[in-house]
Design a protein around this ligand. Structure first.
Ligand code: GRF
Length: 213
């Protein structure tokens, strides 16, 4: 049976917030049965903050430079989250690493979107244009995006959904990035979060994920 309770979301961002905007739009029109309670940014200059404020969503900045170490920063983020009690935390274009204590506090409740077909082109340093450059330099014929749960590794958690597009002759890292962001990332992130909020995402005992009808 699917869940009908409106779920609470927190979204972690670092930049323009186009994925955040897709989530805002989908919660407003009811495609996602949830509300974004708070947006936490790793940068005070992120346009994502403006998008949140324009939609009446609480915001908070947790810049790495303001904390002694990543654990301290994540301790602060977790303390902010405790005030909102989100069901799920979505990292959408978030450039911070999630530390183990944060992961264990929200096990199987933190979801990331990564712009490659993981396990290809993931891990440290693989953000921004880099996964797309790597896909083209490797001679891959397809690339795409992956939505996955966050675990203690970098881009290693259980995969929830993947979609791909063809890498065409003449594609550049930039054209591939745009193609994937517009055609895959935004709709797929919305679809996954809608499934999560509806209670349709099941983590099996072996750690793999199924989406129930
Ligand atoms: C893009 O690099 C995308 O591939 C990655 O996050 C960036 C988009 O950020 N997942 P945003 O959602 O527009 O802030």
């Amino acid at each position: 049976m699917t869940n009908t309770v409106r779920r609470k979301l927190a979204v972690l961002v670092s930049g323009g917030g186009s994925n955040l905007q897709a989530l805002i739009d989908a919660t407003k029109c009811g495609v996602i049965n949830g509300e974004i309670a708070v947006v936490i940014s790793s940068s005070k200059d992120a346009y994502a903050i403006r998008r949140a404020q324009d939609n009446g969503i609480d915001t908070c900045v947790a810049a790495r430079a303001d904390f002694g170490c990543a654990e301290e920063r994540d301790g602060y983020i977790v303390s902010v989250l405790e005030n909102y009690k989100p069901d799920y935390v979505i990292t959408a274009g978030y450039l911070g690493i999630i530390t183990p204590s944060f992961v264990s506090r929200y096990r199987n409740r933190i979801v990331n979107i990564h712009p490659s077909l993981l396990p290809l082109h993931g891990g440290k340093g693989m953000y921004g244009i880099e996964p797309h450059r790597a896909a083209i330099n490797s001679g891959d014929k397809r690339s795409g995006a992956t939505v996955h749960f966050v675990d203690e590794g970098t881009d290693t958690g259980a995969i929830i959904m993947q979609r791909s597009v063809e890498i065409e002759d003449g594609d550049t890292p930039e054209s591939l990035q745009k193609k994937i962001l517009d055609n895959i990332e935004h709709p797929m992130l919305v679809e996954c979060v809608a499934h999560l909020c509806a209670g349709r995402v099941e983590v099996k005992p072996d750690g793999t994920v199924v989406i129930k009808d």
